[in-house]
Unconditional design. Sequence first.
Length: 432
Amino acid sequence: MTLEPTPRKLSRRDLLNRGAALTFLAAGGAALTERLTGNASGAHDVGGVPLPPGHPPAVYLRIAATDGHILLPGRDAPLYVFGFNPIEPVDMSMAQAIEENKGLVKNPAPIIGVDQYADLYLTVSNLGFQVRPDLDDSHTVHWHGFPNQNAIFDGVPEVSIAVPPGRSFPYFYRVRREGTFMYHCHFEDTEHVQMGMDGIIYVRPAQNGTSLGGYTKFVYNDGDGSTGYDREFALLFNELWSLAHDHLESIQENLWTDYKPDFWVINGRAYPDTIKLNNDASLPEQPTSSLMQVNPDERVLMRLVNLGYEQDPLELPGLDMKVVGEDATLLRGPGGADLSYTARIVYIGPGEARDVLFTAPSYDASKPGDTDAWGPYNRYLLRNRNYQALTNGGAAGLGGQVTEVRVYDPSGPNGPVPEQAMANETYPGGGA
Ligand SMILES: [Cu+2]
């Protein structure tokens, strides 16, 4: 992508072949390791606004838009979905991208983490639908909450452009604000978001890497370490109306006013699948775990995002949740007043995000828990407190929007769980 003042025709290679990519977090296979390589020069001032000295290099990512299927406990048939899928390398030909990715999604869309002040080029390639080739739907990316200066990169098709089948478009972002955001397709968005075209994107603050209050990783540029954390988990909450998905697969109309969800998911999985590890072989299109494997005394960040259409009241019985950020905003008032709060229930409306910290307690063998292949642990459940959201299509037993925090015994056979190399990292031994 270029915003150079001289008009010229852009080739696809101009758009795509701009250096190495930031690998998506939890994107699957070996790609799980986050590596921020950027382009060699680093300097990538595009719009005439100088970047601060020492800013991170530009980041190049590419995602495919297509359809696929996910698996839900309590339901025999795979559920038809739309979604995004990371394409690597970013300059792969459209023919190869279609060959490798058409009909396969990642649900939710890849978790994207970028550093504050890095320019982000996020190319969307529309591969078309495998199951519904009769549909010629376009797709877009809307970075929800991003202070865009121009509608062209905002992804709202009515006031901008959309990407038709067989075409690509690079979205460009000058990443200036830190915090937890989300992104989703905005084309026929009631349908496309429900069908799975949504994900979490977050911006790491420039303060990261400095030492404040005993931490080197922070949610925001807080100046005092109050948002510092040891371990982070990005959790996307959705509810699914399976009938609408079945209708789409079988070429039937939907009445969206009849919206009646029957599955509730975190990162595209319903409990107990939520606690399977990343890239579990039984869930090929749902690679992202929600299991939180932690050590005693660690401060843990949960980036909670709701892109369903219901409000989610979330509780973590036994642990206090401290809300330090709402909708990508540090909770500070005029004069720096601390507006963070501690809650037993955190309410998240549709399209909202919360940055929540908790401190893991000591391991106590007398408290509820179990032993997995990593070692003995205490179990705490993060769950929707609405009983209706704790079922898988009405099947018996606990399901839906539930996941686990496992606080391990540091003197267990494998010792403490290692430091995270990326958000949502899991370690052998977790799982349903
Ligand atoms: Cu779409």
